[in-house]
Structures are given as C-alpha cells and as structure tokens.
Ligand binder design. Structure first.
Ligand code: IPT
Length: 955
C-alpha cells in the first residue's frame, strides 16, 4: 500500500506562482488613502518540515503566548532561529525540480492587530507583502487567502471583507524551500523570512488601481509629452508645467529632461474620484538607435555597479536610511548606474534613484544557475510548465516599477541559461513597455534582447567587441555592448579598472559596465567580526566568494571604490602641465561643468606652497579646453615640484556638500632628485659586531642589527605576499591561479643561504642565495651597505637563476622587524590609500600620515593589503627611509605568514614587532577571482633588479 503524504502542502512544490493574489500593479504611496504598517514584532514558531504543524494557528483565538518573536521585516535565520547558508550557484538541496527536501524549515508568523479608530468604514482593503522568501501561505481571521512565491516581488490580497475593528489575526506560514527556490539561485545567502514590509492599504471607492506614467522627451524640440494611463479615470495635474489633463490624454510642453546627471523631477498628482496619488515625473526617452543605447538623443556611458541588497545584521531587510546611504555613497563616488542584481530591489530604492539620479537596470528575480551542473537539463526556463511563473515574475517587476524614470532597461534575470520561458518574458515585456530596452546576459546571440551584454570578458575581448570584430549573429553585431558584470571586487582589487575605462571611452559601441559588486555580504558575527560561507556549518558553501564588494559589510569604502571613483571621474585633466596649460575635458553625457568649481595647487616635495582657483569654461559634454595655469611659484627649494588640479562641487547638492572632490589630476614640474650617499665611511669589524656609520651588523652573518638607537631585526629579501583572493583565482580558471603556482614553487618558504660577508674599504657586502627547497630556481641576492657617517645605504641586487619564465614574483623587496612601539607613519608618496601596479589611479602624490593600524585594509578574509605606492621616503619607528627608486611601503603588526594563515580578521593579533615592507615591485592584482588576471604589463617578472634604500635615525 502506498499513500501520499499531506496534500495540503502541494502548493510548496507547485510550479505555479500561487493562488489568490491580486494582479500586479504600480507601487505607490497614496496621499490620502489610509494605510497601516504591520511591520514590527510578530509571534514566531519554527518547524522542521512544511507540514509538521497543522494550520490551526491561523484560527482566531489561537494562543501563541509561548511562541518566540521575530521582527518583521527580517529573516528568522538572522534572529536566532536556524542559520543562513551561502552557496554561489549550487542548489543547497537535491536537484529534482520542482521537488524540495522534506526538511524544509517553515516559519509560522502571527500578528494580531487593531484598525486605527479613524480607519474608514467604507471601501475595501488590500494587504501587501513586499518580499517574502521563498513561499508563503496566509490567512486573515481564519480565512485562507492563498499562497505565493517570488521572493523579491510584491503580492497583494483583497481583505476588506475580512477586517474587523480590532483583534484581526494575520497568520503567515513561510517555507524556506519551494518550487520557487529553483528560480532563485542567485549567488547570495539563502535567507528565509518576511524580509520586506507588510502593509494594509485602505482602498476607497473610486481609488486608483494601476496607472502608467508615460513621460517622454523630444531632444530636438525640447518638449516633453506626458500621458498617464489609469485603470480608473481621473485627472493629472503638474503645477510647475501648468498641466491639468484627463488620464489617457497626452499633453506636450517644454520641459527640462530627466537624466542621471540632471535628475529633474516634476511633482504631479493623479486624482480619481476616490484617491490622490502623488507623481514624480521625469521626462526622458530611451531608444536603441544607430546601435547605441540613447537617452534623450545621446549615447550614455554606464559607470555602474551591481547592487545586492545587504546589511551585515539585517541581511536583505533594508531600511530607508541604508538604501539612501548606498545611493549617496554611489553618487559621491561618481557612479552613475546600478544593476539591481539579481532581483527588483525594495521599491524605495528606485525612488531614491529617481531623486538623486542613477540609471537603473532593473533585474527580475530569476536565476537557475545550478542547472549548469547538469548541462542545463531540466532548466525551468526551457520548460513550458514553468512559463506562467516566469511571466508572473516579469509582470510583477514591470508593473511595480514602470513609473520610475531611473529604470532604463529591464533585465530578465541572471545566469538562467536560455529557453522559451525567457523568450516569453522578453516578448511580454516588449509588448507591455516599448519605452525601455530589454537586457539578459545569458542570451549570447541577443535573440530576445536589445543590448549585447557579457560578464568578465577580458580587456582584449572587450577591445575586439569595441572594434566590431567579435563576430556573432548579425543582430548582435548591430547592438551596443555593456559588461553587466566586470572587475570582480573580491578582496584586494579590482585590478585593471583604468584599462577597462580606457576601452569604454575609446570605442563607441562600448557603453560601459557594472562592477561586480557593490557590497561585501559579510554577516556581523561575534566569533569572526564578519562571517562568510562555511561559518555556519553549511555542508555546501562557497566561502568568502560572498564578500566581493566595493564597500565592506558596514559600508566603509574599500580602496577599490576609491579607485573606481578616480577612474570614472566626470572631468578629466590631461596634458603634461609643462607648457603651463592643462587640458580639461567634460566626460559627462548631459551636463556642462557649471556644477563644479576648479582649484589648482602647487606642491614642493609633497607640501602645498600655493593654491588658488582655476577658471574653466563650462564646456558641453565631451568638450575640452586648454586651461592656463598660473606662473609657477618661484620657490622650488630645489625639490620635486608638481601641480595638482581639482574639480569640486561648487555648491551643496542633494548628494554631496560644496567642496566635495569629484576629480583631480597631477602634473610634475621638476623631477625628484634621488638620494645620494657618498661612501665616505668604511665598515669596522669588532669582535661580534661590524659597524658602518650609524649602523651595526652581526659580524658572522652580516645581518643588520641597529641603525643609531633603532633595533632592526631579520632584514632580508622578501618575495612572498599573503595571496589575495585574486591571486588565488577561481577553480574554473586554474591557469591563472598564481598562488597555486607560487606555493608549488615554494615562494612562501624561501630559504636564505649565506655565501659571504665581505668587508671592503667603503662597503659591507653580504652575498646570499634565496631559493625554495626542491627546486632549482633561486635569486642570487647581494646586500651592499655604504655610509657617509650619518646615513646608511643598502643596495640590493637580485639576479634570478634557473627558469622563472612561467613564474611571476608576488613581490620583490625587503622586510624587517621594528619594535612594537613603532606606530606613527609619515610618508611622501602615493596615498592616502593602498595601491598596487594596476590599482594605482587613485594614489595621489603627497605627504601623508597614518598609524600602523590605519595602514591596514580590513578585507573580510585577511590577505595582502595596505601597500602605499611611489613612496619617496617614509618615517616609522625612529627611522627615515628614502628609496631609490620609489618603492611600495607597508607596515603591519603581524608577519606575512600570519596574514596568510588567517581566515578572519579576528585571527590577527598584534605581535612583538612591527613588520615593515619596502618593495621594489609588486605583482599586479587583476580580477582572477572571477575574470582575467593582471594584464601582462603589471606582471612582476623575475628579472635582474637593483634597488636602494637610505636609512637614517630621526633625531
Ligand atoms: C557571476 C554571477 O552573475 C554573479 O551573481 C556572481 O556570482 C559573480 O559571478 C561572481 O561573484 S557568474 C560568473 C561565475 C560567471
């Protein structure tokens, strides 16, 4: 005998989007209809399976007094019930669509509420859920309202007939796993719960239902045409434009258009018999024309980021201030576009994009990436049974967000392979909204899409595409190109941003890209600081691949964001300054330069000696002008001199204060004079010690011991760095996992053989061979010390031996230990932040100061970090160090080996010494954690090298 278990939960594994919900419509906040937020503390009971408990809890009178509480919006796994799971693309359950595991954490949520005393007695009411992961069934006052899937999409239910003045019982059963989970395999934490708002909306008789604001802009006539289609007839007024028309009627007037650079919104009102709805209208026209995405007649260049919703304590339950923080940070870092990877965001985020000005690719809540493991067999997007669910998702996104001027492209989803379901979505979207373009990266031939989009293509390939030499279908060849993901910002990096930007600006077909990604999804955790995949005992996980953002989990900008800001700045300063002019270019697409004020300053040895304002013509987009610099100040003091020019905000703006820096450039005037030390002192051998000028050395080993009163230990050649995530690369591209190669050849366990300690008349020379066990490769390394009596100069010569051709060096320099009291660091060189050969654009030449702790970049998974580039001199722990040539400077309270073995920040504890690194070279960073490695010009090849440092004690 066989029997089927509980059929009452069949909906969980049903491919359909659900039953009972109202048709999707525009999301808006009414001016006058009452609403009641049901956010707050809800009673909560977790059970291990979908049917462990019956639904009697939904009955009025049920006593949930002994249940726990969770806050809504929220994820129960971040509130002490169960644990989050992180997988990139693998489904954390057996792939057997649409079946899900019997072990299916199910959260029963219960909330009893009264209506406010002034709640209107007429009309209806709607209960709106803005986001529930992944499947919910609900009851109001014991009546079953239905169930739904589509986690990051709104669902509304008509409930007016069920409401009572007081004691309403809203019961919601949420299942972590459902058929919908197969459609939601995004690279992120699996976080069940009611994670967006729950709201009860009064619907007066004659209220607005759905409406569609069509607001186009004719860039030739300068006129905008407004037409508001509304399910319920009414009037539309826009006072600033003297508009007062019936719904459905077009009206054309002269307007200021909306763009991300000039986000002009007109306030309006839609009035029906029963309701007033505020409108914020932005006039703009998006078209595909001449193979370009054009807005208001102009091709746009996306300087974008991929934004997941993230908060280190609340997961994807974001409050308005967190959303605003994202938008402000983006605007302040010159970012002009967001792809809402990989689902429609909280609707308030799009309001902010309208208001502050960001182009948006609004992406549907759809990813089936895990099916790649079975060559996409059974992929729901190519199976007609799932098509209603896909169309439902497309409609819920488009209908909800269609009135946002910021949304310029709809995206079908991410990494879902190809199939008829996607085609159906694209057709439906094109039919419903002809005023925007359709994007989907997986559609490699652009069968259904209006833009050719790729992720992580190398610079070389992007250049081929830019030149139109990439081939592909005829349709694709006529389309513009974007990188919907590039520059994987995991850990230290991304490297190569400036090189991508140069390509975007060189080829018209390339319309920019979206850095992957905005924020590290680290979870605040007492044990680790921030937790990542595997920290919750997941049986399958993808480690810290979830921490790959331009901002840390707490939204502190990482050096990658500073680099991106520099690379995409809206004003370029070029030329060499030597002829007394600098070329200023307006790199914006729409605005002139009138929002910016310009300044010059003149530095000698990094110190500003004079500054003033620079007058720059307002320049139309794309236009350049040669601007005259003042006469250079007479007093060069024989030092290294340069101009710095900057563009800052001329006045307060909604997103940044007056004087907020937006762009800069530097132009050398007189070159640096390298330090010179006359070798006038000679080494003097004592019994145990050799002295040379201010320095003393171990007589047997030639090892440096002191410089003046400063003790120095273990000074020696260093080639090892704690591999970055990009050095570690990705499993699917082993060939560029440099750290594998480095470890294989033992660069982390180099041995230092002492060959000779030679005392000459004017130099102490220590000859060594630095090499790993088991291999023939080695570095013949000579340390030559000279002194003028006050200072001591070390010249390091390195000659590779053996075949190093396939093996770049992680770094090449020296390291040494100083007393732990060393703390304050001052330097003249690149700063204020870290920089490596291919992440150096934002490194500004100047005088900088920090503490040792302040030099560290807190990558969630510890790795090489904190180098300052182009350093002329640095001071630390009583020592002054001058480089010839300039060097990378770093200092930390732990060794490279400790940094290498740490998995979380909490594994790093200060030791007895401060370890200083002076590097002649660093290997580039690249983005091989998902994408190309460093470009060849940033490889640190093992080649003969010579570099010097002059040490003196600071008196
Ligand atoms: C790409 C995904 O679209 C994105 O969600 C994220 O996983 C990113 O990679 C890496 O962090 S897919 C890529 C592995 C081809």
């Amino acid at each position: 005998m066989s029997f089927r278990t509980n059929t009452a939960i069949d909906y969980v594994e049903d491919v359909s989007p659900g039953t009972g919900a109202l048709p999707p419509r525009a999301w808006y906040a009414s001016s006058d209809a009452a609403s009641l937020s049901l956010n707050g503390d809800w009673r909560f009971r977790l059970s291990g399976t979908a049917d462990a408990e019956d639904d009697s809890f939904a009955e009025p009178g049920y006593d949930a007094g002994d249940w726990a509480e969770v806050s809504v919006p929220g994820h129960w796994v971040l509130q002490g019930h169960g644990a989050p799971i992180y997988t990139n693309h693998l489904y954390p359950f057996p792939v057997d669509p649409p079946r899900v595991p019997t072990e299916n954490p199910t959260g029963d949520h219960l909330r009893v509420f009264d209506l406010p005393s002034d709640w209107p007695s007429d009309g209806g009411a709607v209960l709106r859920f803005d986001g529930v992961e992944s499947c919910a069934r609900l009851w109001l006052n014991g009546t079953d309202l239905g169930e739904f899937k589509g986690s990051r999409l709104p669902h509304e239910f008509a409930v007016g007939h069920l409401l009572k003045p007081s004691g309403n019982v809203l019961a919601v059963r949420v299942h972590q796993w459902s058929a919908g989970s197969y459609l939601e395999d995004q690279d992120q934490w699996w976080l069940p719960g009611i994670f967006r708002d729950v709201t009860l909306l009064h619907r007066p008789a004659g209220a607005v239902l759905d409406f569609f604001v069509h607001a186009s802009y004719d860039h030739v006539s300068g006129e905008g045409t407004l037409k508001v289609d509304s399910d319920v007839d009414g009037r539309v007024t826009v006072p600033a434009l003297d508009i007062d028309v019936a719904t459905g009627e077009p009206v054309t007037v002269v307007v200021e258009p909306w763009t991300a650079e000039t986000p002009k919104l007109y306030d309006g009102v839609l009035v029906t018999e029963g309701e007033r709805v505020p409108l914020r209208i932005g006039f703009r026209t998006v078209v595909l024309e001449d193979g370009r995405i054009k807005v208001n007649g102009k091709a746009v260049l996306f300087k974008g980021v991929n934004r997941h919703e993230w908060h280190p304590e609340k997961g994807r339950a974001l409050d308005l201030e967190t959303m605003r923080a994202d938008v402000l940070l983006m605007k302040r870092h010159n970012i002009n576009a967001v792809r809402t990877s990989h689902y429609p965001p909280h609707p308030a985020f799009l309001d902010l994009c309208d208001e502050y000005g960001l182009w948006v690719i609004d992406e549907c809540d759809l990813e089936t990436h895990g099916f790649t493991e079975q060559a996409w067999r059974d992929n729901p997007v190519d199976d007609d049974r799932w098509t209603p669910a896909l169309l439902d998702r497309a409609a819920r996104m488009v209908e909800r967000d269609k009135n946002h001027p910021s949304v310029v492209l709809w995206s079908l989803g991410n990494e879902a392979g190809t199939g008829r379901g996607l085609t159906a979505m694209a057709e439906w979207i094109h039919g419903r909204d002809a005023s925007r373009l359709v994007h989907y990266e997986g559609d490699i031939n652009c069968r259904d899409t209006d833009v050719y989009s790729r992720m992580y293509a190398s610079h070389a390939e992007v250049e081929q595409i830019g030149r139109g030499l990439d081939g592909g279908t005829l349709k694709r060849r006529e389309l513009p190109f974007i990188l919907c993901e590039y520059a994987h910002a995991m850990g230290n990096g991304p490297g190569g941003l400036a090189d991508y930007q140069r390509l975007f600006e060189s080829y018209e077909r390339l319309q920019g890209g979206f850095v992957w990604e905005w924020i590290d999804h680290g979870i605040k955790d007492e044990r680790y600081g921030y937790a990542y995949g595997g920290d919750f005992g997941e049986e399958l996980h993808d480690g810290n691949f979830v921490c790959d953002g331009l901002v840390f989990p707490d939204r502190t900008p990482s050096p990658g964001l500073a680099e991106f800001k520099k690379v995409i700045e809206p004003v370029a300063f070029t030329g060499d300054g030597s002829d007394g002019t600098v070329r200023v270019t307006n790199r914006q697409d729409f605005a002139d330069l009138s929002a910016f004020a310009f300044e010059w300053s003149y530095q000698v040895d990094g110190e500003t000696v004079e500054s003033g304002s620079l007058s720059v013509p307002t320049l139309t987009p794309g236009e350049s002008a040669d601007v005259k610099l003042p006469e250079p100040p007479a007093d060069n003091r024989g030092g290294e001199a340069q101009w710095t020019v900057r563009a800052v905000l001329a006045a307060d703006t909604p997103w940044g204060p007056k004087d907020h820096p937006v762009a800069w450039g530097q132009f050398p005037v007189t070159a640096r004079v390298s330090p010179s030390v006359a070798a006038t002192a000679g080494p003097v051998a004592g019994e145990r010690v050799i002295t040379l000028g201010p320095a003393s050395f171990d007589a047997r080993t030639g090892a440096l011991r002191t410089i003046g009163g400063v003790e120095v230990n273990d000074l020696r050649l260093d080639v090892w760095r704690a591999p970055t995530d990009n050095d570690d690369g990705a499993s699917w591209q082993d060939d560029i996992c440099y750290s594998l190669l480095w470890r294989k050849f033992g660069l982390h366990r180099m041995r230092h053989r002492l060959d000779a300690v030679e005392l000459g008349d004017d130099a102490l020379t220590v000859r060594t061979r630095v090499a790993p066990a088991a291999w023939e490769v080695g570095l013949a390394t000579v340390y030559r010390w000279t002194s003028d009596g006050d200072r001591v100069k070390l010249t390091v010569s390195v000659a590779p031996e053996g075949d190093w051709s396939a093996l770049p060096l992680p770094r090449l320099g020296i390291r040494f230990g100083l007393d732990a009291g060393a703390d304050l660091v001052r330097w003249f060189g690149g700063g204020p932040g870290e920089a490596y050969p291919d992440t150096k654009a934002a490194s500004m030449l100047g005088r900088w100061e920090s503490t040792v702790d302040g030099l560290q970049t807190p990558y969630v998974r510890p790795q090489e970090n904190g180098a300052r580039a182009d350093v002329r001199w640095a001071e630390i722990g009583g020592l002054r160090i001058e480089g010839d040539p300039e060097f990378f400077f770093g200092a930390r309270r732990w060794t490279t080996e400790q940094l290498d073995s740490a998995e979380h920040r909490t594994d790093l504890t200060p030791g007895e010494r401060v370890w200083v690194s002076l590097d002649h070279g660093q290997h580039g960073i690249g983005t091989a954690s998902c994408g190309p490695g460093p470009l060849p010009q940033y490889h640190l090849r093992a080649e003969p090298a010579e570099f010097s440092f002059v040490f003196s004690e600071i008196s």
